[in-house]
Design a protein around this ligand. Structure first.
Ligand code: CMC
Length: 394
């Protein structure tokens, strides 16, 4: 075996072989199972795309109808899950609520019959069907309302917006939301997908796989960036303040949210599509106060950091779309999770096909052959700075 050098963040190191999606970061290309994201955004639906990702090919009309039927049938949540959610603090982040709910589903269904295609199919359907219901239910419950029951006559995207806003969405809004889900459904070995694969490789149940991926997606360097973008636009406040803001970030070497990507060194193709979707929404429902700031920011960052390959990523324009759809800022990342569950499940299924547990190595940098010092002989001072540990607040 060749010994590789240590690369922080495993940059450029293949963690698996996969036929699910392909990215060319220099050309700005993203394909799911070989089909360009632009075509899927224009012609497909999220559920059809999820089928493509998970089962490896576009469904026949009959297969798609069956898949959509199964998803509709499993949208409702068990009352015990709803009861559990009632105990969550309303100030808690919806990603934490979603992670807990995804894990809790495993209490009901975790047979771990991973060699049974019916178990795999059921898990895929249950997770895709119930995650949107969980997100919408938490939103209503934290406001003190009863969750709205899913509606079988509405599409996947329309039903989510209906459960969230308690009214049937405009057809354009529902279609645009569906495209957003398609755009976020999969993206090779990103952090949350890697987390899903590592968890999957232990042969645990798919609910644990998705729960671990949700926890990973929540961080601000990954899916959590979409809500940070809105806070940043809010903080900038006006077009005139954009360039001083960028100068300041560059001087302080701080990250500008919604920009930069490990793989893309040009504008993320999903950002290009999302920007067009945002403009369609603004045309029908009115401009967003932050859009002019966002445009100026894109221009200023490209001028200042374009030479480093720092351009808008998927999270830059998605928040502006979600705001127009009436989605609260702290639900942006859960909405990302609704979509990315398709990619996680595709990788879970692929991982099971040729599984070997992930067990990388490390380069040890600590001391060796130290003697154990008994408690009574240890100094009172805790660490090098002479600080004692602070007691935890209850
Ligand atoms: N703002 C300012 N400078 C940046 C940014 C940014 N957002 N992103 C990268 N750079 C600079 C970075 O400082 C570095 O410069 P230098 O070589 O002089 O030190 C150079 O570009 C390369 O960056 P890196 O740190 O090697 O990039 P990475 O691959 O480790 O990190 C990233 C990728 C996405 C974590 C990072 O670009 C970032 O923190 N972006 C902001 C958060 C964000 O928008 N995250 C969403 C990512 S896309 C969707 C998703 O995964 O959910």
């Amino acid at each position: 075996m060749t010994v590789c050098e240590y690369r922080p963040g495993l940059e450029g190191i293949p963690a698996t072989q996969s036929s699910i999606s392909y990215v060319d970061g220099q050309q700005g290309v993203l394909e799911y199972r070989g089909i360009g994201i632009e075509q899927l955004a224009e012609k497909s639906t999220f559920l059809e795309t999820a089928y493509l990702l998970i089962w490896g090919g576009l469904p026949t009309p009959q297969e798609l109808e069956g898949f959509e039927y199964e998803i509709r049938y499993h949208r409702r949540l068990k009352y015990r899950i709803r009861d559990m959610m009632k105990c969550f603090p309303e100030s808690g982040h919806p990603m934490d609520a979603l992670q807990a709910c995804a894990a809790a589903l495993g209490l009901f269904y975790s047979k771990r019959a991973l060699d049974d295609p019916a178990y795999i199919q059921d898990a895929v359907v249950r997770l895709l069907a119930k995650i949107p219901t969980m997100v919408a239910a938490f939103q209503l419950m934290r406001k003190g309302n009863d969750p709205v029951q899913p509606r079988d006559d509405l599409s996947y995207a329309a039903n989510f917006l209906y459960m969230l806003n308690e009214r049937e969405p405009d057809p354009l809004a529902a279609r645009i939301f569906d495209i957003c889900l398609t755009l976020h459904a999969e993206h090779t070995i990103n952090a949350s997908t890697f987390s899903a694969m590592v968890t999957a490789s232990t042969l645990t149940d798919p609910y644990a796989v998705v729960a671990s991926a949700v926890g990973t997606l929540a961080g601000p360097l990954h899916g959590g960036a979409n809500e940070e973008v809105i806070f940043m636009l809010q903080q900038i406040g006006s077009v005139e303040k954009v360039r001083p803001f960028v100068e300041d970030c560059v001087a302080r070497k701080s990250r500008i949210m919604g920009f930069g990507h490990r793989v893309y060194k040009v504008k993320d193709p999903r950002a290009t599509i999302l920007q067009k979707l945002a403009e369609q929404l603004f045309e029908k429902f009115g401009q967003d106060e932050y859009y002019e700031i966002a445009l100026e920011l894109e221009q200023a960052v490209s001028e200042k950091l374009g030479h480093k390959g720092v351009f808008p990523n998927v999270d830059f324009y998605s928040g502006l779309v979600y705001r127009k759809l009436g989605i609260p800022v702290d639900l942006f990342t859960p909405v990302f999770a609704i979509a990315r569950a398709a990619g996680w499940l595709a990788h879970w299924k692929e991982q099971l096909g040729e599984n070997r547990i992930f067990r990388p190595t490390q380069i040890y940098t600590g001391p060796r052959n130290q003697s154990y010092v008994t408690l009574s002989q240890r100094p009172q001072i805790w660490d090098k700075n002479g600080q004692s540990p602070q007691p935890l607040t209850p």
